[in-house]
Ligand binder design. Sequence first.
Ligand code: ADP
Ligand code: ASP
Ligand code: MG
Length: 402
Amino acid sequence: MLVVQKYGGTSVGGLDRIESVANRVIKAKDDNKDLVVVVSAMSGETNKLVGYADSFTSNASKREYDMLLSSGEQVTASLLAIALISKGYDSIAMSGKDAGILTDDNHTYARIESIDTTNMQKALDNNKIIVVAGFQGANANGDITTLGRGGSDLSAVAIAGALNADICEIYSDVDGIYTTDPRIEPHAKKLDSISYDEMLELSSLGAKVLQNRSVELAKKLGVKLYAKSSFSDDKGTLIQEESDNMEAVVVSGVVLDKNQARVTLRGVSDRPGIASEIFTSLADEGIVVDMIIQNVGTTDGLTNLGFTVPQNDFEKAKELMEHFDHDIHAIDFDFDVCKVSIVGVGMRSHSGVAATAFTQMAKDNINIEMISTSEIKISMIINDKYGELAIRELHKIYNLDK
Ligand code: ADP
Ligand code: ASP
Ligand code: MG
């Protein structure tokens, strides 16, 4: 049986933690499993490296920036392999490049194009425990690339897919996927299983327990994914194909995303093509626009347009919008917003889910500023200061604590 295990930042947050991960890995090896272990940088390490680069410039050259950021994962991969070898277990540490991970050229947010498994296969044939530095690969030139923040999850899933592993286990400091972030709502309940689609919505809407691209890839490749804790022996949550009884549960989880900024464009020329020009300029810079609201045009040929972007893309969005000065009279920016979302495949077959949420917000006197829905989710933009309250209230009203 081949198992890919991924240990996140808190799981390898210090030398004692790396030692305890080594013991966990050894337990699985003694249980006759073939193992590829993917590791993150120690918690806080990647941010520290970002800070180093920022102390010189806010616009570091991307190739060098990736080389810098990827180093955190190389430290933990090497240390874990050293620990395993010192305990008498044959192990080999690999960078993403050594593991054959080929990506495109999009530094800091690269996509994996393929994985040449030759090196990993050879090591597995020799009964070695492979430890791979997560979050990184190399482009066709051989330059190191990184996969976007939280990208070690993606490394693990991609490797599991390429090696046709039996399971992929993602270890963090929580013992599975909960109905909401247990740090916000202590009554959150752990789910035994959740569908890929629901998990993808939860991750994309801000639940950072799994990186959204890793869930998307797991679904595409049919990787059997578990979210588990490296601090306990709980069996965790299985993320899998939707099963028949899943729709019986209307709402599976609620999510808070504080990383939101709203842009309001006032007095926009109400002519064909304007929305295309504005949103193409944002898309070309890789900015993911979430909610969009356009008001009904007025007789003076002007309209208002509002949309949200992740806070870290705000500066770039601002700069891009300023290029439209002949088409836009005024631009407002608002950081005091957050997004609360409700997710569940049962919404497809149940009515009134949105009305329940809106009624609850009304009872709590929380103004809903923007709304968007899809088949299995409802999202609302509200004032930042009510985000946590809204999550707790929604968690209660949908009986997620029961
Ligand atoms: P790692 O550093 O190991 O990758 P993360 O910090 O990225 O771990 O993810 C784990 C954290 O995700 C937990 O500490 C928890 O606070 C948060 N989290 C957010 N939403 C959820 C959820 N629905 N279920 C479980 N954990 C969640
Ligand atoms: N160390 C990287 C980050 O902090 C990747 C990861 O942890 O998955 O984003
Ligand atoms: Mg993570």
